[in-house]
Design a protein around this ligand. Sequence first.
Ligand code: FAD
Ligand code: NAP
Length: 551
Amino acid sequence: MLNVPSQSFPAPRSQQRVASGGRSKVPLKQGRSLMDWIRLTKSGKDLTGLKGRLIEVTEEELKKHNKKDDCWICIRGFVYNVSPYMEYHPGGEDELMRAAGSDGTELFDQVHRWVNYESMLKECLVGRMAIKPAVLKDYREEEKKVLNGMLPKSQVTDTLAKEGPSYPSYDWFQTNSLVTIAIYTKQKDINLDSIIVDHQDDSFRAETIIKDCLYLIHIGLSHEVQEDFSVRVVESVGKIEIVLKKKENTSWDFLGHPLENHNSLIPRKDTEDPYMKDSYIRKNINQRRETFIFTFNPDVVGLYYRKCQLISKENVTHDTRLFCLMLPPSTHLQVPIGQHVYLKLPITGTEIVKPYTPVSGSLLSEFKEPVLPNNKYIYFLIKIYHTGLFTPELDRLQIGDFVSVSSPEGNFKISKFQELEDLFLLAAGTGFTPMVKILNYALTDIPSLRKVKLMFFNKTEDDIIWRSQLEKLAFKDKRLDVEFVLSAPISEWNGKQGHISPALLSEFLKRNLDKSKVLVCICGPVPFTEQGVRLLQDLNFSKNEIHSFTA
Ligand code: FAD
Ligand code: NAP
């Protein structure tokens, strides 16, 4: 039974009070939680007003449905009647009404690209947008114009040429048994974290992260290849090589045919680059496509998911578990430090996604994660909320079951560590998760580092994740200090008590030297993080010296 408290939702201290990205969530009426919505969609009630009939919707028709009680929105070419959903929308009715009677894809992608709306809104589906023949894109035709992976001139505007990143391209070559796809990123800060490869059946997909964009190769291969493959990065020239093994040793006449959004450069949602952000927003506000620097198909920028198998599950505290997932053999993915992924599970027939931050399997064993192409395991420290929606379902998974895992997101940049001398980490509860890889990296890969200090806020001693590992690590490496702060300790606790406060921080955040290069990372419940950032600013830490983790 789901415990639905009587007060407004989200509860005042609930982490759901403020949405990812800092948007305020509105209090929902009782009986209007996500679970209530799922129940309504399963009730058999006609939610579209069309009695299950699917129609083709013209732009003129869409425009007419622009009122709260008759509100249609188009997302990626599909039209939904969202009026029944209004009261259940965590962002409130007004936010939904911004897209009433129009194409809401771009607004949607700005705010919650990761939400699986197809599943959430499937009972609200009115039909497809009627497509004007001129808009139809024939990717095969397009590829014919593409020579060896160079993007057609028409797809790169002057603005991109002048101000955007140097444009990537790809090429391929073969031997009797191998096919190599080479991606020329034209960037030097490329590594194995920068490339994500998935291939399934004949579909081959490679996402390369190039600054604040994602360069996508998406091809239906002309011949079969084996499941495993290798990825090499030549950092000095920014080249990535993906070596596929042919199933049959025959010569391929061509690599394959282009699939959706093949050979496109897509701005990432989590970009910190104001130029890119601005372009993205401008595109959303003004007429479509004109002022924008890219001419990729803007309708497909959703995150890509692959199915991963649960390998092990271990208790870490009374309510937190270490999950180990195995990537499919046909995937190359390494989640960069400080980034998160989304996990997706069907819950009573509706696909639900939530963000989680991968950790290393332990703080102690090898400090360095094996950065090998065959690095196939992803670990998560996840707190199970017995009254939550997603985590109880995750906890019910058996070894061998599958969970979908998205490509990574997040705006933490490893370049923040360059020449770093003092690193301060402020974590509350599972806000400790991004700190795990940061700690490992800092203690092994930053030669300039003099001191790392972790202040870890929890309710009780029993809630402290990896306490003994942290203590052992601090004992082993004198550069590390760990301080636990408890908000609800037992009377015998003789450590620090309370919540994040000016007194605690001013004592804790002492620079080694007056002008030392400092970084403070903070993560926890949103109000904790927001308060922490305000306090850090009051203590004269500059914007560049603070990194707060949010979605
Ligand atoms: P929810 O359904 O969201 O419930 C959470 C709490 O709200 C519960 O206490 C529940 O009782 C309460 N609640 C639910 N419904 C109501 C209601 N109607 N009224 C009042 N209260 C209610 N978590 C981790 O454990 N590990 C991670 O690595 C991690 N990484 C994250 C990374 C990012 C970028 C972000 C934004 C979050 C991360 N989280 C992480 C949190 C995670 O995404 C989920 O929010 C968390 O697991 C809870 O999900 P849930 O669906 O089980 O609970
Ligand atoms: P928790 O156990 O409820 O709280 C941990 C500590 O933080 C407790 O001492 C708690 O004090 C304190 N705290 C809670 N809210 C506070 C506030 N408003 N101001 C000051 N202190 C506060 O934490 P949790 O359940 O593990 O939740 C962890 C949170 O981190 C979740 O919201 C999760 O979404 C977030 N997270 C974010 C990321 C990311 O990358 N963005 C990654 C991982 C986790 P009390 O005893 O008073 O409650």
